[in-house]
Design a protein around this ligand. Structure first.
Ligand code: ATP
Ligand code: MG
Length: 335
């Protein structure tokens, strides 16, 4: 059987990178799932335990959990058809993480790009930042997931998850854990608007580097206007030489489904310059996000509904997790 699992950190409001790299894939999968009899409901976790690997004010974390849930539902995730829940409400994640941590080595964890990037420059590096991929492997394997839709930045973690699953299976002569396969959409790495050598990230200190899905129109305009490009006046698609401008073209393509070359050709024919082009991209994004934002505005004020959604999701997730964790304990010789 196919089991799809994915997660998102409540470190801020989801941005266009999260949307085109992950959330949109989830929605598309959900919509094709009902036709696929062999597939169990998709499991989507708001991973709050991952979000505290770097310091987080409790009020802010709490606020972002609701905002993340409201954003996902507004983007089209149906909490009835899927399991949408908050990671810390299923205690087995932490418990399985311990067991899996005994199947991974320190050099394996030290090689992770995300760890290197996020620990760079910190005076004190939290252990949780280092063991993050172990908890992530537990998230996935707890539900015996077979498919994990993620952006490109998570491929290395997923590879490690497969290594851990293999190691566990070999150690205990079992095939209990499937080897989860990453699923990637078309837009797997949207770049930061301020520094195209980086990916767009929720945790980037500069909020101008990302467009959040609920940014109002004037903020979207401002952020696109400020987006770093280059000194050439006209439009061409060259991700290596003109990464900043090419990201804007990527955004247009993500929204409209055109090819970047088509967009560049049209702009050349019409001699559109960068400032005109930026206005065009802003307009497209504002229009595209409007229906999501309209739903979000209603939902975010209905805390009771959001609580019900997350509690119901946790109930469903706990049911699966409890059974699986019990089986895992038996495999390792525990009672
Ligand atoms: P943080 O900076 O706190 O790590 P993030 O923006 O990286 O936040 P995550 O919650 O870590 O977001 O990741 C959620 C999903 O979004 C993952 O599947 C990840 O691969 C995907 N993703 C994150 N950033 C991008 C991006 N810039 N382009 C495409 N996909 C992305
Ligand atoms: Mg991330």
């Amino acid at each position: 059987d196919k089991q799809i699992f994915s997660g998102i950190q409540p470190t801020s409001i989801p941005h266009l990178g999260n949307y085109f790299g992950a959330i949109k894939q989830w929605v598309d999968m959900q919509n094709s799932l009902s036709k696929d009899q062999d597939t169990r409901p998709m499991i989507i976790s708001i991973v709050d335990l991952h979000a505290i690997t770097l310091p987080k004010d409790p009020r802010i974390l709490n606020d972002y959990i609701y905002k993340c849930a409201a954003t996902l539902v507004s983007c089209g995730i149906d909490p009835e058809r899927n399991i949408l829940y908050q990671q810390s409400q299923v205690a087995y994640h932490g418990q399985l993480s311990w067991i899996l941590g005994c199947k991974v080595t320190m050099p394996q964890l030290g090689r992770m790009h995300q760890f290197k990037f996020k620990s760079d420059g910190l005076a004190e590096v939290p252990l949780g930042l280092y063991t993050y991929p172990v908890l992530q492997a537990a998230d996935i394997l707890l539900y015996r997931a077979t498919h994990v839709p993620v952006g490109e930045d998570q491929l290395q973690h997923l590879e490690l998850c497969r290594t851990i699953a293999d190691k566990f299976n070999n150690t205990y002569s079992t095939n209990y854990f499937p080897s989860p396969i990453p699923l990637q959409g078309e837009f797997t790495r949207l770049k930061s608007l301020r520094d195209p050598s980086k990916k767009m990230s929720k945790s980037d200190a500069d909020s101008n580097s990302r467009i959040e899905l609920v940014d109002p129109p004037e903020i979207i305009e401002k952020k696109i206007k400020k987006a770093v490009t280059d000194s050439e006046r006209l439009i061409s698609y060259k991700p290596d030489k003109r990464p900043g401008l090419s990201t804007l073209i990527d955004l247009e393509c993500a929204v409209t489904g055109q090819l970047p070359e088509e967009v560049a050709e049209r702009c050349m024919l019409q001699a559109i310059d960068k400032s005109e082009y930026k206005k065009h991209v802003s307009k497209l994004l504002i229009e595209h996000l409007a229906p999501i934002q309209a739903k979000y505005k209603k939902l975010i004020n209905d805390k009771k509904l959001l609580d019900d959604i997350l509690d119901d999701g946790a109930k469903k997730a706990n049911k699966i997790a409890e059974k699986n964790f019990h089986d895992i304990c038996k495999i390792i010789g525990s009672r």
